[in-house]
Ligand binder design. Structure first.
Ligand SMILES: Cc1cc2nc3c(=O)[nH]c(=O)nc-3n(C[C@H](O)[C@H](O)[C@H](O)COP(=O)(O)O)c2cc1C
Length: 151
């Protein structure tokens, strides 16, 4: 199933580590929303949105991309990394996806090394994340989507 993942990963490239591991094993097109703010997604049946979490949400570049380019009725999934142990970070991207009548397939997330603001003073939080295990988890998540689709 032709799949594109639209991403923003600028803090430490944490989210990109997940995507590179997926792209190494599976055929996916990666689109950096910071470099390519528009693209024709009509030929892709499945679209992933991936981002580091910035101020409690997906990066504005990914949100703007989804708003401008996501066709109606696509299958959509999410991947994200965050510095804090937890939180509900999907609200804004889900609102766009649902407004466009898309079908949500699921989400994968894990922590990502974070040296933003005061955290820099203490050497950062979530050091060492994403771990090898967490990166493998993203690949398994993606392969599970593929498997479900074939059934
Ligand atoms: C400007 C900025 C704002 C951030 N805001 C949050 C936040 O609200 N919640 C959180 O858990 N992590 C936050 N983080 C940490 C990042 O989400 C985390 O480091 C993530 O893994 C970065 O992904 P990336 O390296 O792919 O860009 C923030 C980081 C930066 C630089």
């Amino acid at each position: 199933m032709p799949t594109a993942i639209v991403y923003y990963s600028k803090h430490h490239g944490n989210t990109k580590k997940l995507l590179d591991a997926i792209a190494e094993k599976e055929e996916v097109t990666l689109i950096d929303a910071a470099i390519q703010p528009t693209a024709d997604l009509s030929l892709y049946e499945r679209i992933g949105f991936a981002s580091g979490i910035y101020f409690g949400s997906f990066a504005r570049q990914v949100l703007a991309f989804a708003e401008a380019n996501l066709p109606e009725g696509k299958d959509v999934f999410y991947l994200y990394t965050h510095g804090a142990p937890g939180g509900s970070f999907l609200k804004a991207i889900r609102e766009i996806v649902k407004r466009k009548g898309c079908n949500e397939l699921g989400a994968y997330h894990c922590r990502g090394f974070d040296t933003f603001g005061p955290f820099k003073l203490v050497g950062g939080i979530a050091k060492g994340h994403p771990t090898e295990e967490e990166i493998k988890g993203a690949v398994t998540f993606y392969q599970e989507l593929q498997r479900r689709n074939k059934q």
